[in-house]
Design a protein around this ligand. Structure first.
Ligand SMILES: [Ca+2]
Ligand SMILES: [Ca+2]
Ligand SMILES: [Ca+2]
Length: 478
């Protein structure tokens, strides 16, 4: 912690020094003036499966309106065509690419693993799931193994990091070993892989995933990536984003099967900060506020969102060792933490002499367009030829579906964002119109829309508001 704070202070002094002492820097009222326009692409969002209705365990009518807190739909990856769908409230479901009725694979609330969802509606619960690429390969180390990320009571285990700064809860990655990989209901054993303290209820663990492009025998194969937010509250009060001492505000990369007895996991030797003093060697990239979701294109590039604080939402390309700038930057803009005295909240023009080695987004939008960016996927499916090569993502509260030309991206340049036009229930309309519920945070309605993917690369829209998974398909002529 001392290292974290001193490093952060140094960074602030460096950034502030780049500004003339007497500069009157004014906040930007509308940092990105151009609105996001609807593009030419129209797709049909067709009802596919609906998750069962659930409710929050902490009963509070103000926050309990989401039909089901579905957030990830991803292939099991064993060639069966099965898909796994989560509900943050504690459930995993199995469905398939033909739209089979979801069946409960696991209800983590019934298992003795410390699961804690008492801080809903913050982004906690059963948030991530990843099947080992060897899940169905008998005789291999990953056979029958999958992983979940979830929030746990702080007294239910000892954290690898920040066990003493876990007032809210702890984020856990847990390994499950199934008795039968073909079964559609979990039975088996489990062990804890990784645990980290969370002083606040928001910005904790998000996506966990294996790189689907990694080939057996390569150094990348079987390594688990996980997103850890800046540990929450607002304005990153612990300065975790710019700190490397603890793996908050970061994407981490671990070997879940490589534990040496002192830890439940191994640290890959080719992680970018291995061997540096005072640095958490699990860190793969940092300077992130809340990159809740990430994915890989089939060409190997990682795409991630980073949810902004007050003003700017980001799409980033994953680069090992990269510093994405939070809390000194939101998007390409400077935050009030670069000013003396600090004036956090709005954003400001970046310092004229931007000598910080930040990796900037490839797309960004501001809060007159949306509130929070999801991750997404580069569409490489077959069904919608005109969508191929587009990175598709959402502003999840507002349910807007956006795309950028993934094949035309130039690092260091901002791509133009377009809004995908959706046909829902037979007419072109906004998702929030079709699926919105009352927004208990802000005026208007919200849809809480994220994207899922199947083994063919086809995309699905998941909406917490109504619990529906809708498949993106070619728009029928009408
Ligand atoms: Ca704007
Ligand atoms: Ca603990
Ligand atoms: Ca950033």
């Amino acid at each position: 912690m001392h290292f974290a704070r001193s490093l952060g202070t140094t960074a602030l002094i460096l950034a502030a020094a780049a500004l003339p002492a007497a500069a009157q820097v004014e906040p930007l009222a509308d940092p990105i003036p151009d609105p996001i326009l609807k593009g030419d692409l129209v797709v049909e969002a067709t009802p596919f499966v609906r998750a069962p209705r659930t409710s929050d365990s902490a009963v509070d009518a103000m926050t309990n309106e989401a039909y089901a807190r579905i957030q990830y739909l991803t292939p099991v990856g064993d060639g069966s065509g099965r898909l796994v769908l989560n509900d943050l409230r504690g459930l995993l479901y199995i469905t398939d690419e033909d739209g089979a009725e979801p069946v409960t694979y696991m209800d983590i609330r019934t298992l003795d693993v410390g699961f804690d969802d008492s801080m809903f509606p913050n982004e906690t619960g059963l948030v991530g799931v990843a099947f080992h690429p060897q899940f169905a390969d008998a005789g291999t180390p990953g056979f029958g193994k999958f992983y979940t990320a979830y929030s746990a009571r702080s007294d239910s285990g000892t954290a690898d990091y920040l066990d003493d700064d876990a007032e809210s809860h702890e984020s856990v990655i847990r390994e499950w070993t199934v008795d039968d990989p073909a079964a559609n209901a979990f039975s088996g054993t489990s062990r804890e892989v990784f645990r980290i303290g969370q002083f606040a209820p928001n910005h904790n663990v998000g996506t966990i995933a294996f790189n689907p492009n990694a080939t057996p025998g390569s150094p990348e194969y079987g390594l688990l990536y996980a997103s850890l937010g800046d540990a929450g509250a607002a304005h990153d009060p612990r300065d975790f984003g710019q700190s490397l001492a603890a793996p908050h505000g970061a994407i981490i990369r671990i070997d879940p099967l490589g534990g040496d007895g002192s830890r439940g996991y191994g640290v890959p030797a080719d992680n970018p900060f291995v061997g540096e003093a005072g640095v958490a060697p699990e860190i793969w990239a940092y300077g992130l506020r809340h990159a809740q979701q990430f994915s890989w294109d089939t060409d190997g590039r990682m795409f991630m969102g980073d949810i902004g604080q007050n003003v700017v939402e980001e799409v980033n390309l994953g680069v090992p060792g990269a510093n994405y700038g939070w809390r000194l930057r939101e998007g390409t803009f400077a935050t009030g933490y670069t000013l003396t005295p600090r004036r956090p909240g709005p954003v400001y023009p970046p310092p004229a002499e931007d000598d910080r080695p930040f990796v900037y987004p490839v797309a960004q939008y501001d809060h007159d367009e949306g509130y929070a960016v999801s991750g997404g996927f580069v569409y490489r499916g077959e069904a919608i030829p005109e969508l191929r090569g587009q990175y598709v993502f959402t502003d999840f509260p507002r349910g807007r579906v956006f795309y950028i030309d993934a094949d035309g991206l130039v690092p260091g340049e901002l791509a133009e964002i377009r809004e995908l036009r959706l046909v829902i229930d037979g007419e072109e309309r906004d998702l929030v119109e079709a699926a919105g519920i009352r927004n208990t945070y802000a005026p208007g309605d919200r849809a809480d829309a994220r994207l899922g993917i199947d083994s063919a690369g086809e995309l699905y829209l998941l909406t917490k508001s109504d619990g529906w998974v809708r498949k993106l398909e070619p728009a029928r002529s009408r």
